[in-house]
Design a protein around this ligand. Sequence first.
Ligand code: HAM
Length: 419
Amino acid sequence: MIQIPKGCKDVLPSQVYLWHRIEETARKTAAAYAFKEIRTPVFEHTELFARGVGDTTDIVNKEMYTFLDKGGRSVTLRPEGTAGVARAFLEHGLAGGVMPFKAYYMISAFRYERPQAGRLREFHQFGAELYGAAGPEADAEAISFADSFLRALGLEKVALRINSIGCKHCRARYHEALKAYFAPHLGGMCEDCRNRYEKNPMRILDCKVEGCKAVAAGAPRMLDYLCDDCRAHFDRVRSLLTQAGVAHTVDPSIVRGLDYYSRTVFEFVSAAAGAQGTVLGGGRYDTLLEQMDGKAVPAVGFAAGMERLLLVMESEGKLPAPEEGVDCYLAGMDASSRERAFLLANELRRQGVSCETDLMERSVKAQFKYADKTGARFVAVLGERELLDGAAEVKDMKTSSSERVKLEELANYILRRRS
Ligand code: HAM
């Protein structure tokens, strides 16, 4: 039997309500912050990610699903959502429209990673991007949006960590300091880090190799190298968050795994998800749009991993209750009452009552069992006598009480009582 590719997951009908719950919460929170949905393609020209996400990142170097299409063009399944949104924004000239531009997305994304709990090759993100606002209020707004979303899911044990990685001016000074620090250790570090040393020494701080991690622990901190403007920006973001009651701690080790960030970076981390504890990450990225041939447009955003959210919701005991079954199951006894049930079900649906009838030729007893198992709220039995009377015997599955109800009153009867 052909099996699902490694690192992918099916969402079965019995579990999909969990996804609906996250998606509804995401859409509601986005509406509260006045973000509108954007949909971009699942694949883009490879160059978009190479330039956008950055060619010193693991994502671009090791994890992209890249292939030549039949026209010989190199295309890549999106490893994240930000680059595609930036491309669409520039391509449609949206900088000339209403600003700030605020968009959210719910997407599948693809990274060729070593799969484990909370780390997949196809995964799903809810993300948001805000363009055009350079001030710290925009950072605080994006972080507050992310925080509200996680709280609305009921999560309480997810902690916000925040850092600043400065701008290109102060980061240049910091890179010099990092190089001076790492130079005597290079011999004992991994090959990737030796490359990173030349191209982007800050990436070394994100290395997962134990030996490199140990060296990185003693490295200088970006926070000590911030220029006055970046320092003031960071302080103001923190002050706004504190005033808004968004608890956070400063974590100088956060550098993020993508190259486009500047100034504020942040992650929401749960102890519950174990090694894959980061459920949401984001930050400011003021140079990405400029690099992509556009004019300079300041930007900030975040993305949350939906599979990780589910893991954390489960470990915090915050998974929602399963969805209820139909409003009414119509049980038939013989050929003519089954036919009547089929037609009545269609009528009831038109009146806003969700219904099911038997499609498996089961006995009435087995139909009741099915209705019970699937959580039907009412069961209406249509037998010979009932049809003669133009009425059904309606059982309330919550209270187990039964009542005879005229068929023409059935819809109203159920609509009044179903909640
Ligand atoms: P990221 O940190 O690479 O950032 O991913 C965001 C979130 O996606 C992570 O915190 C994690 O929950 C989830 N995630 C990432 N990789 C996987 C995986 N292999 N399996 C399961 N979940 C995963 C970005 O993608 C940026 N585009 C976020 C952003 C938006 N920054 C600014 N705007």
